[in-house]
Design a protein around this ligand. Structure first.
Ligand code: ZN
Length: 236
């Protein structure tokens, strides 16, 4: 089975539509979404409707949680806080109920999917360093765990390898960050997602351009902080 793993769409409908077009071309059997469908961008309702149309496999992200529960903003920086309040005010009651119903973690085809980290996923901790990853390998049994949250694509192996890997190794467990659809932060503005092939046991990170100018313009027109538009152009 080929599974497309998308994360951190962040209400960027232009990026989501572009990613889904590529996913359709690549003959994927299933889509799993790692959360943060909403927050930062100008199209939260449209993004939630589209991703729900394409997959039932969606886990909760911290921005999804904030959209229905504003008491959960303590870990948000000032711009994220403004965006979360805007999102809460502009997300329909029905969509807030959908977000409220999302699980924190999900096993699909023997792989684990969470937004931030498998160790206490509701605390929204980041996996940034090798040490963070090592700390988390004890929290799950699967050969691979997919995460998002940092918006930086990365593969963390339990036993470090010298070369960059293309084929996964079932005897060397890994944590894979698929990067972000709607707000990449690794210095590359192009959308990022992953494709896992569970038969071949391969993983591919896909990067692609999208209509970033429209996403940029809509954020400004919505009255969201300017920095949220500017950062899309530089991928930071
Ligand atoms: Zn995010």
């Amino acid at each position: 089975m080929r599974i497309a793993v998308v994360s951190d769409i962040h209400a960027n409908i232009e990026a989501l539509r572009a990613a889904l077009r590529i996913i359709d071309d690549k003959r994927v059997d299933r889509i799993v979404c790692l959360g943060d469908v909403v927050g930062y961008g100008a199209n939260p309702n449209e993004c939630l409707a589209l991703i729900c149309q394409r997959t039932p496999f969606i886990v909760l992200g911290n921005h999804d949680e904030a959209a229905f529960d504003l008491s959960r903003l303590h870990h948000f920086n000032p711009h994220a806080r403004v965006a979360a309040q805007w999102t809460h005010a502009h997300t329909t009651k029905e969509n807030q109920d959908i977000l409220r119903g999302l699980a924190l973690a999900m096993d699909v085809e023997g792989a684990l999917f969470v937004h931030g980290s498998p160790c206490r996923p509701g605390e929204w901790n980041y996996i940034i360093t090798r040490e963070d990853a090592q700390h988390n390998f004890g929290s799950f049994d699967q050969a691979v765990c997919f995460v998002g949250h940092s918006h930086v694509p990365e593969i963390f192996l339990q036993k470090p390898a010298q070369a960059k890997i293309s084929k996964l190794d079932r005897t060397n467990r890994c944590i894979i960050n698929v990067g972000s659809i709607g707000q990449p932060r690794d210095g590359d503005w192009r959308l990022s997602f992953g494709i896992l092939d569970t038969e071949e046991w391969t993983y591919e990170n896909v990067r692609a351009e999208y209509d970033v100018r429209s996403a940029y313009r809509k954020i400004l027109e919505a009255g969201l902080p300017r920095i949220l538009a500017e950062r899309l152009l530089v991928g930071k």
